[in-house]
Design a protein around this ligand. Sequence first.
Ligand code: UT7
Length: 326
Amino acid sequence: MRRARIIGTGSYMPEKVMANSDFEKYLDTTDEWIVTRTGIRERRIAADGEFTSDLAVNAARKALDMAGLTPTDLDLIVVGTITGDYPWPATACIVQDKLGAGQCGAYDLSAACSGFLYALNNATALIEAGNINRALVIGAETLSRIVDYEDRNTCLLFGDGAGAVILEGQDGDQGVLSTHLHADGSYLELLYQPGFGTAVTPTEALVRDRGYFLKMQGNEVFKVAVKMLTEVAQEALAKNDMTIADVDLLIPHQANIRILEATAKRLKIDQDKVFVNVDKYGNTSAATIPVALDEANRSGRLKDNNIIVLNAFGGGFTWASACLRW
Ligand code: UT7
């Protein structure tokens, strides 16, 4: 069977580190609260003049290098992001130009923290159908630009970063075995950016009253996230006639260590089979999974024929999973 196989991974995290102690200086919070409630110790912040497309391009170059390809070898670029350089054109088009990737198709997918898995699903389907052969799939965010740094409920959770994979069509058993997408738009107001878009009139008051920024009801999001992350991982296993014992590594969306632990417990998977880097980067939305995948890959944690499950949950709500044979 024709499968989409990951032949290169790459990631890029901005240099600037924002530690928990930086929030202690001006907000009513403590390093202890942040670490205990979220597992996050620090996050990366894009430099002035550094945009989502720049982060994406840096990650993409590393993935292309690993794959031994040049940008003109690509048939498609898909970027999962909710913090594109502009509302339009797509950040993928900017990435294509900055990379020098010729005139291949390029578009963004907006599925918040599930954006990378939605993009992976999309590119995989096109490869399996024979429509394209090589795709660059990216998750990239500069959430620091939409986070309200006066809001202690949200600002310390999020960070910036980008991860990328190169998918290639190959015959055989290795590659993306299945992907699973879900959404429930009725949860809109639990996690969204209410002050940006054509539903909103941009006014000075909107910015002054901090309406522009990301809003989240963390507690409510937490409960649904654990449930859906568990169910969508189980769906991927069932689809492939596998049990949790078959899984070599679970790479979940990195939002909060307590969400990761609660999901692992429900799935009955050992914590040492769950990839965690939320302590270093916080929640980078669509970037968390491809960044984690790249770190796992480069550290030698992914072995030939390993079964890897990816699962994500985010604004929309959206949730998704993928099962890979490495
Ligand atoms: O990527 C997918 C989308 N996002 C997520 O998955 C995030 C999901 N939610 C979460 O991760 C957690 O709900 C949070 C980390 C956001 C919050 O943790 P929590 O355990 O749900 O805390 P809480 O909102 O129930 O607040 C507990 C207490 C409250 O005080 P009282 O009412 O008990 O007196 C908050 O006011 O902690 C207080 N609090 C803080 N205290 C110190 C809230 N934020 C802070 C803070 N520092 N930064």
